[in-house]
Write a protein that binds this ligand. Structure first.
Ligand SMILES: [Zn+2]
Length: 185
């Protein structure tokens, strides 16, 4: 457990092939643990530096059940909705819509490619916030997608595991020019 709270000292993003991305992360027991609170702060600043819209602790080699959803428009996701970063500890999906939608996803741990991935359109989630408050929330659309992507990381899955066809993988560059409509500078 204490090991699980200690990220890679350089806070590098674990890349596909690193076995930590395939482990089931440990539940967090001590919300007030200084190392947990420091890890949360590190992940928040990493997200704002990396143009990510979400991150899970295993991506920095801390195998504990912590994720952050932080949708905002940026260079990697120009059409993302704006929200304040939400820290979720020991998150669970407690309800889901029957509607599943496919859309493009990428991952800081799988650089350079995007995949067309099916996710529930709406979910209801429960988690502890960083002060230990139990919170229940409805998420929909892109924000629900981010949650499901990050939640998979806590269970040793990456988005590639959910591809329906290998033909639904494209490069970042093709994604930006064909799907988003941004021409390379
Ligand atoms: Zn990811």
């Amino acid at each position: 457990m204490s090991e699980a709270l200690t990220p890679d000292p350089a806070l590098k993003i674990a890349q596909l092939g690193n076995p930590i991305l395939r482990q089931v992360a440990q539940p967090i027991e001590q919300i007030q643990d200084d190392r947990l609170q420091a890890l949360i702060d590190q992940l928040l600043s990493l997200l704002s530096d990396s143009n990510g819209v979400g991150i899970a602790a295993p991506q920095v080699a801390a195998s504990c059940r912590l994720l952050i959803v932080a949708s905002r428009p940026n260079a990697r996701y120009p059409n993302a909705p704006l929200m304040s970063p939400t820290v979720m500890i020991n998150p669970q999906i407690v309800g889901q819509s029957s509607t599943v939608v496919k859309d493009w996803e990428g991952c800081l741990s799988v650089p350079g490619i995007r995949g067309l991935i099916p996710r529930y359109q709406e979910i209801e989630v429960e988690y502890l916030d960083r002060s230990g408050q139990l919170t229940r929330q409805q998420l929909s659309g892109f924000v629900a997608r981010i949650f499901q992507h990050e939640f998979d990381h806590l269970n040793g899955l990456v988005f590639l595991d959910r591809l329906e066809s290998l033909q639904e993988i494209i490069t970042d560059q093709e994604y930006l020019s064909r799907i988003v409509g941004i021409q390379p500078a």
